[in-house]
Design a protein around this ligand. Structure first.
Ligand code: IMP
Length: 207
């Protein structure tokens, strides 16, 4: 199999393109992350499978369908799973406050829902599935998670989504206060990427 030098990211989220490219650079893997926008835009996807893997697969196959047969696609499906909410919003993180996918409304809703939950019960984890789809129907799944605590209010200006209220274990600051460098060492996406990078390093084969 020829080496994979380019991965098309099946996402309309520019933060994810940037984060994955940073992670790729930091992992020493010579790979270009190409945004869906650069190849005609991300098609509408139902995201209705109820699982991170299923939704990531839907996104990957949707973008792959509009690319040449030898293209490699990676899709990210991710979200925050809150212990006190039995894992919600989880796969529904992107549209927690409604179908408009409004990250500010989603964040406000989670802050409001968690307002009276005591510190000891504010555990949560970010989860990320990176789903790779390649030529000849090849499919690979890489997962990562990062545990932490939800804060009571938004703090910091970096990152995106729920970053301002998520403090990873071992830190009092939110991801949005800690910034990209720290986040990219700890995050659910960084951990999933490390597995994907190891797979790339093996030439795209099983361990
Ligand atoms: P997706 O793009 O359909 O996978 O939706 C992911 C949802 O989870 C969005 O609401 C994001 O804001 C949220 N999310 C995923 N990863 C992160 C992250 O690293 N930081 C903050 N929010 C995230």
């Amino acid at each position: 199999m020829p080496p994979i030098t380019r991965l098309h990211l099946a996402s309309g989220n520019p933060h994810k393109v940037q984060e994955l490219q940073s992670l790729a650079n930091a992992s020493g893997v010579a790979i270009e992350i190409v945004s869906a926008r650069a190849v005609g835009g991300m098609p509408e996807v139902a995201e209705d499978t109820g699982t991170f893997v299923g939704n990531a697969r839907q996104k990957a196959l949707a973008l792959r369908a509009q690319l040449p047969g030898d293209a490699w696609v990676v899709a990210d499906d991710s979200g925050v799973c809150v212990d006190a909410l039995a894992g919600a919003p989880g796969v529904e993180s992107a549209y927690y406050a409604g179908p408009q996918h409004d990250p500010v409304a989603n964040l406000s809703k989670l802050i409001a829902v968690m307002r009276d939950v005591p510190v000891a019960e504010r555990g949560a984890q970010f989860r990320c599935v990176l789903f790779v789809s390649g030529p000849n129907g090849q499919e690979e799944v890489f997962e990562g998670f990062c545990a932490g605590q939800l804060l009571f209010e938004s703090r910091g200006g970096a990152g995106f989504g729920y970053d301002p209220i998520f403090a990873p274990t071992g830190f009092h600051q939110s991801y949005a206060e800690l910034g990209d460098e720290v986040k990219n060492r700890l995050s659910h996406r960084a951990r999933a990427w490390a597995r994907l990078a190891a797979w790339l390093g093996r030439g795209g084969t099983a361990p």
